[in-house]
Design a protein around this ligand. Structure first.
Ligand code: PMP
Length: 406
């Protein structure tokens, strides 16, 4: 186990040494994408310099090595989320594709009058997908509202559940507000009416400790780039017995078993959902990122991130003219706010001039922004390498922004 030492961790991230307009970079946009440690960059370069090759079908050394590394990355992910079977880990291009595979399959199973439940705090990737699936099947989409605190209204959720509910979809953690949803409870309730459960884990995965068996869900989707791995690779985890009945997604090479001119039969899991040449290098680097992350004591990582959140919340609460959007009891990773003196886009622009990278806008969650009656928010989001000094410096910089805008 690696000692939790933020300074030493920062040393492993080359990008954190760069400057922006002569200011040290303070990267607080981790919910959008995290930075990559050197070992992940090395894994990617290592693949392209040592064993770049197509997987599974080559009769040569490079193909064998690439296949071995690619499949062992799958094993690393399996272990990380405590999946019971390795073939349940499906490589995708990211959470968006994973959610599309689920919704695309589900639309074949939904019937007129069936219901799908989502929440008001969805990322667009987990609402537009279900709008389309319901439209296709003639099913209805029901929405769990979000309270002023930024929490799901669990009474409404319970009231919406019925025998008509065929699937319930919700985020583990809200990317816009940082709210941590009670995923175990939500899953248990959905299961009581026999519904399938699909969790958008894009933000949940980033903080570790996801155990899909313990949660009891049917699907858990996430992206590599939110947890120190490259962009362009993600995972759809699904329960084997569910995936075996799931309609295929893309068709082509690898996902078939036999093909005649008239018809085709499908490959076994996981390949059934992995048509075409996969993103081998990024999957291998994803494995390297998880291996690296698992070298830390998870409790120490989470305690560190909670400390950053607590300090940011304390400073934000005392900040003149600042309103925190979403004050849930359980939050991790992200804090959203608006200032009374300027649009979030101007706030972001003026912070960037001082070297602070944050995200502003609707965070791909327009229904949630409407719920809070704001055009967008400014959002700071934390990762393993952020420090309390950075949080303090951020609020000092924000004071300057307020003076400029006032
Ligand atoms: N859901 C949530 C909660 C997210 O935060 C994101 C990424 N912002 C996505 C889905 C989509 O992930 P990706 O863009 O990596 O496919």
């Amino acid at each position: 186990m690696m000692k939790f030492d933020v300074a030493a961790i920062r040393e492993q991230f080359p990008i954190l040494k760069r400057e922006v307009d002569g200011n040290p970079l303070v990267y607080l946009d981790n919910a959008a994408s995290t930075q990559k440690p050197q070992c992940v960059i090395d894994a990617l370069v290592g693949y392209y310099t040592q064993c770049n090759s197509n997987v599974h079908r080559g009769a040569h050394r490079l193909a064998d090595e690439a296949t071995k590394e690619f499949e062992s990355a799958r094993d690393i992910i399996k272990q990380f989320i405590n999946a019971p079977h390795r073939e349940e880990v499906i490589w995708t291009s990211g959470t968006t594709e994973s959610l599309n595979i689920i919704a695309h399959g589900m639309r074949e199973k939904l019937q007129h009058g069936d219901e799908v439940i989502v929440t008001e705090m969805e990322h667009h990737a987990n609402i537009v997908t279900w709008q389309q699936a319901c439209r296709y099947a003639g099913a209805s989409l029901k929405v769990v509202p979000v309270s002023e605190q930024g929490e799901l209204d669990l009474n409404v959720f319970e009231a919406l559940l019925s025998v008509k509910t065929k699937l319930v979809a919700f985020p583990h953690v809200s990317n816009a507000l940082g709210t941590v949803n009670p995923v175990h409870w939500l899953t248990k309730k959905a299961k009581e009416v026999g519904a399938l459960v699909s969790i958008d884990g894009a933000q949940g995965i980033a903080h570790g400790g996801v155990d899909v068996q313990d949660i009891g869900c049917d699907f858990y989707s996430f992206s590599g780039h939110k947890i120190y791995a490259p962009m362009g690779v993600g995972v759809m985890w699904g329960k084997k017995d569910v995936l075996e009945t799931w309609p295929v997604w893309q068709t082509g090479g690898e996902m078939i078993s036999t093909v005649t001119l008239e018809k085709a039969t499908w490959n076994t899991l996981p390949y059934r959902f992995e048509a075409g040449t996969p993103n081998v290098g990024d999957a291998i680097a994803f494995g390297a990122a998880i291996k690296w992350f698992c070298e830390f004591d998870l409790q120490e990582v989470q305690a560190h991130e909670q400390q950053l959140m607590a300090r940011a919340t304390e400073l934000a609460s005392a900040f003149d003219g600042l309103t925190i959007v979403g004050n849930a009891k359980e939050k991790i990773g992200a804090l959203s706010f608006v200032l009374d003196c300027g649009h979030p886009a101007d706030v972001g622009f003026l912070l960037d001039r001082q070297g602070f990278a944050i995200r502003t806008g609707d965070h791909c969650a327009q229904p949630l922004m409407s719920r809070f009656n704001v055009p967008g928010t400014a959002r700071v989001s934390f990762a393993i390498y952020n420090t309390l000094e950075e949080v303090d410096a951020f609020f000092d910089a924000l004071k300057k922004v307020r003076m400029m805008l006032a």
